[in-house]
Design a protein around this ligand. Structure first.
Ligand code: S3P
Length: 166
């Protein structure tokens, strides 16, 4: 079992799905996203899981989904933005070809600020983004083999930068 060729981590809205699909196409392999796995397995949206059961329950579902995908998938794999909050998940990422797609807070507000489908940003997007980045940036960096900044770059440029960096 050879494992994923690329694992994308980073905050929601940074472009993991778009860039991940492009990378898979360029590498001639398949793309998988743990958020999609969860929605398919649960038959409901991520937002509904948060509302129905709360974040803690979602994180347990996510932890299992990430472990399964890491064990099964041999193409490009994107992880949900909060998956790295779990220490066991971070340990599983040790030695994997992990790429942290980063963006600064203003870029994040611009890209996702009005997206009500994302339950973690519902109240005050700028403040919540600032807190979220402060809490997570070091965790993304800790698990990453390389960091690729996405600010001011098109998905095509980001995909090219990822291939250059690996
Ligand atoms: C989350 C990111 C989302 C999704 C959920 C929670 C987070 O995934 O898993 O809304 O905690 O950052 P994406 O990063 O794929 O948007």
């Amino acid at each position: 079992m050879s494992g994923p060729r690329i694992v994308l981590v980073g905050p929601m809205g940074v472009g993991k799905s778009t860039v991940g699909a492009m990378l898979a196409e360029r590498l001639g392999c398949s793309y998988r996203d743990t958020d999609d796995d969860i929605v398919t397995a649960q038959g409901r949206t991520i937002a509904d899981i948060f509302v129905d059961e709360g974040e803690e329950s979602f994180r347990a579902i996510e932890k299992a989904a990430v472990a399964t995908a890491l064990a099964e998938h041999e193409g490009v794999l994107a992880l949900g933005g909060g998956s790295i909050l779990d220490a066991d998940t971070r340990a599983l990422l040790d030695g994997q070809p992990v790429v942290f797609l980063s963006m600064d807070v203003e870029e994040a507000v611009k890209r996702t600020g009005l997206n009500v489908a994302r339950p973690l940003l519902a109240v005050n997007p700028r403040k919540q983004w600032r807190e979220l980045m402060e809490a997570r940036r070091h965790l993304y960096t800790e698990v990453a083999r390389v960091v690729v900044a996405t600010d001011g770059r098109t998905p095509d440029e980001v995909a090219a930068a990822v291939l250059d960096a690996l």
